[in-house]
Design a protein around this ligand. Structure first.
Ligand SMILES: Cc1ncc(COP(=O)(O)O)c(C=O)c1O
Length: 436
């Protein structure tokens, strides 16, 4: 330490939270092993990425502004190239999409267009944190991006137990009541009801309606995040926001999986009224105005053009992608059965869940899965996955790994599973570490 070093304890504590290391650690392992098959990256399939769609979408939106919205060329130019409205330039198009695909009837003033869903998570956590005793809740395991956003907003996230239905509602009730008894103020529950990251699981019908009723009883807001909803395929259940009659749900969205991740556009629907005569979205926009000013109008135009070209439906825009994700998930789950057999737990010390869509499944193990094992798996076997401990923020932590199959081909899934099975056999034979 020199006289010029900044003492780390004099920086905002959230910047030192270990959850912020997760993403960089995982990408750094991936970079060091470019030849490995990666079940780690929760990335969309790249086979259908089409760079030519980018100028086309922008032109579609430009024509819409001119011909349908009746704006003159000067205003259109400003819309696309000038600093723009903090809440976003294409909210009427987003609102139409929400109605069409989600059955959500959102007022455009309640929508804030964000730089990815990540910004929506941050500004939401920031806005809800008004006193030191405020806390959020989330199922443990949960998406590390949300845990990181909460850490940077300086607000604690209490764990709620997972269950085969996606969430243990009795535990939610208990956690809220005991937090209140301890003088804490639970503000909101964060939940990914459809094909969650990392578990892949979805809330069933009963859990959705009970959760909304319970949130009413407990006077708790719900922050619903559903980036995988529209690419899950058949059997999609209505979102929490579409069922929300009490303005209890903030609905977060991302176009990373339905348009493309590089577009970095997401949004938040926050129609909760504030007692100063506004809506929560106004306050979120005030925070955003000091974080990113506004979301790039160019990338908003890409999203809007894509929506216009598909009659506002990203579900129909993504039929090929959805089919590929379902094929891959089925291939992964069948491949696990083929390699580990029906007595996987007894014979190999592994078991896995069976999501019905989305990008992820979880392999639970009777041996310790940590970052050192990931390094070993990458070095020795050429296969990557995500250790589940990156997603836990309290409560019991069963050992396991998240397997993502979204960006792989079936042949790559086969190769990856062969390597994974060899790695599991190696660990159980006790050769981890020794043969590194
Ligand atoms: C549950 C969840 N929410 C949000 C995001 C991030 O969305 P965006 O890329 O729009 O910031 C992800 C990305 O993986 C995710 O899994």
């Amino acid at each position: 330490m020199t006289d010029h070093d900044i003492p780390a304890d004099q920086l905002f504590p959230g910047t030192g939270d270990s959850v912020l290391d997760s993403m960089s650690f995982l990408s750094e392992v991936a970079e060091r092993h470019p030849g490995a098959v990666s079940f780690a990256a929760g990335r969309p399939y790249e086979g259908y990425f089409d760079p030519e769609s980018i100028p086309r979408h922008i032109e579609t939106y430009r024509r819409y502004l001119r011909d349908t919205a009746g704006l003159d060329d000067t205003v259109v130019r400003q819309r696309l190239m000038q600093y723009g409205s903090t809440k976003g330039i294409a909210r009427e198009v987003l609102a139409e999409h929400l109605l069409r695909d989600e059955g959500i009837d959102a007022d455009v003033d309640a929508i804030v267009t964000t730089v990815g869903c990540q910004e929506a998570m941050y500004i939401t956590a920031r806005a809800l944190h008004s006193r030191p005793e405020d806390v959020l809740l989330a199922v443990s395991p949960t998406y590390s991006g949300f845990l990181g956003a909460a850490a940077l907003a300086g607000i604690r996230v209490l764990p709620v137990a997972d269950s085969p239905d996606g969430m243990d509602l009795d535990d939610l009730s208990r956690t809220v009541r005991s937090a209140r008894a301890a003088g804490l103020r639970p503000r909101a529950l964060y939940v990914v009801p459809d094909f969650a990251n990392p578990s892949g699981m979805s809330l069933d019908e009963r859990t959705r309606s009970h959760l909304l009723a319970l949130a009413g009883e407990l006077d708790l807001l719900i922050v619903e995040d559903s980036p995988y909803r529209l690419i899950g395929g058949e059997g999609r259940r209505a979102s929490l926001k579409a069922r929300d009659t009490e303005r209890r749900v903030l609905h977060l969205g991302s176009f990373a999986k339905t348009v493309f991740p590089g577009v970095r556009v997401g949004y938040c629907v926050a129609d909760q009224r504030t007692d100063d005569g506004g809506v929560l979205a106004d306050r979120l926009a005030r925070i955003k105005s000091m974080v990113t000013v506004n979301t790039s109008p160019v990338t908003q135009a890409i999203v809007a053009g894509c929506l216009l070209e598909h009659d506002f439906s990203l579900e129909s825009a993504n039929t090929r992608e959805t089919a590929a994700y379902r094929r891959n998930l089925t291939h992964l789950l069948e491949g696990l059965t083929a390699r580990f057999g029906p007595d996987a737990h007894e014979e190999h010390g592994v078991s896995w869940n069976v999501p019905t869509g989305g990008f992820f499944a979880v392999l639970t193990t009777d041996f310790t899965v940590d970052d050192a094992l990931l390094e070993h798996s990458a070095d020795r076997y050429g296969v990557l996955w995500t250790p589940m401990h990156h997603f836990f923020h309290g409560g019991p932590q069963p050992s396991g790994m998240r397997l993502s199959c979204s960006s792989l081909s079936p042949a790559e899934i086969d190769t990856g599973l062969d390597r994974l099975a060899a790695m599991v056999a190696g660990v159980r034979a006790g050769c981890r570490g020794g043969d590194r």
